[in-house]
Design a protein around this ligand. Structure first.
Ligand code: GDP
Ligand code: MG
Length: 310
């Protein structure tokens, strides 16, 4: 009873199934970016949950999806790296729809791992599935990971969340906590700020500039009583997109800035002055040097190609 459990849990699943929502719900605080659209979570993130009896370090993986260009391959590389050395894998699916090829790819990747940690299957968004259909949904998803017990849950609503958390804790090794209890993330505050800015932009622009948008933090300075001064640049791929992001009379950029500022203030608990600008960087998604400058950690060995095509 008095033994302390501690370890790493990778949260896996295609974009938009609710990974960030679940991790945020457990942490009780907004750390991972949540978006109504896929692919907002682009970096490997750690959310650290410390309870009286356990510490779970969540690895909130980027969406695992088919590589179309280097950025897509980067996501997959990050996802694979996030899996190394974890104590448990939590495969999250969207139970409100039938399994698709993307779910199957993630499941195959999990089953094909050399070292197999404890495996959990979470059927999320169960609140959207009428009760008579839940059993059938459970069966089709269970077929993806034979022998793994499915948990039905609603990350946003709360149903089933506690049961899953208890099961996760139960599988973690008995050992002392890795991180100090007050630490909730190992991500730098500035990285989270950049992600919140990008998320704010996507709220207004998700139709116009779906994923071809990167954010670089240029300055993050403490100004004592006045709070923090943050300057950031939004990069788009084409001149025509730049106008959209800025908007008439700068209106769109103002809306993005004001939403992002509120989110960063909520996250950091202090006043924030936010200064945004927009620049065109042609083809940044296919340009490794540009990706590096935007903060993506790409190994010097380069981005692995066609790794997931069989
Ligand atoms: P991620 O890409 O897997 O990290 O997904 P997000 O956490 O960003 O969630 C994607 C969308 O699904 C957001 O609009 C969430 O509010 C929504 N969502 C997440 N969990 C649930 C759930 O349990 N029920 C419902 N109805 N919506 C959810
Ligand atoms: Mg996410």
């Amino acid at each position: 009873m008095n033994e302390f459990h501690s370890g790493f849990v990778a949260v896996l699943g295609k974009p938009n199934v609710g990974k960030s929502t679940l991790v945020n719900a457990y942490l009780g605080q907004k750390i991972a970016a949540v978006s109504p659209r896929p692919q907002t979570t682009r970096r490997r993130q750690l959310g650290i949950l410390t309870l009286p009896q356990a510490q779970i370090v969540f690895v909130d993986t980027p969406g695992v999806h088919l590589p179309r260009h280097k950025l897509g391959q980067f996501f997959n590389q990050e996802a694979a790296e996030a899996l190394e050395g974890v104590d448990a894998d939590l495969f999250l699916v969207d139970a409100s729809m039938e399994p698709d090829d993307e779910d199957r790819r993630v499941a195959d990747m999990l089953l094909g791992q050399r070292q197999r940690p404890a495996l959990f299957l979470g059927l999320n968004k169960i609140d959207l599935v009428p009760t008579p259909e839940r059993e059938a949904r459970r069966t089709v998803y269970q077929a993806l990971l034979p022998g793994v017990k499915p948990f039905l849950l609603s990350a946003s609503g709360g149903e089933g969340r506690a049961e899953l958390l208890a099961a996760l804790i139960g599988c973690l090794p008995v050992r002392p906590p890795e991180f100090p209890p007050e630490q909730i993330t190992d991500q730098y505050e500035r990285e989270i700020a950049a992600e919140l800015i990008r998320e704010a932009a996507l709220v207004f622009l998700r139709e116009e500039v779906p994923h071809a948008l990167a954010v670089r933090l240029d300055e993050f300075t403490e100004r004592g009583e006045e709070g923090a001064y943050i300057a950031a640049t939004l990069f788009v791929e084409r001149e025509s997109r730049k106008g959209i992001v800025i908007g008439e009379g700068g209106g769109m950029l103002k809306r993005i800035g004001s939403l992002a500022r509120r989110e960063i203030e909520a996250m950091s608990g202090r006043k924030v002055y936010l200064n945004l600008r927009v620049k065109v960087e042609k083809g940044w998604r296919d340009n490794e040097a540009a990706l590096r400058r935007f903060g993506y950690k790409i190994k010097s060995s380069g981005v692995k190609t066609e790794k997931h095509k069989k």
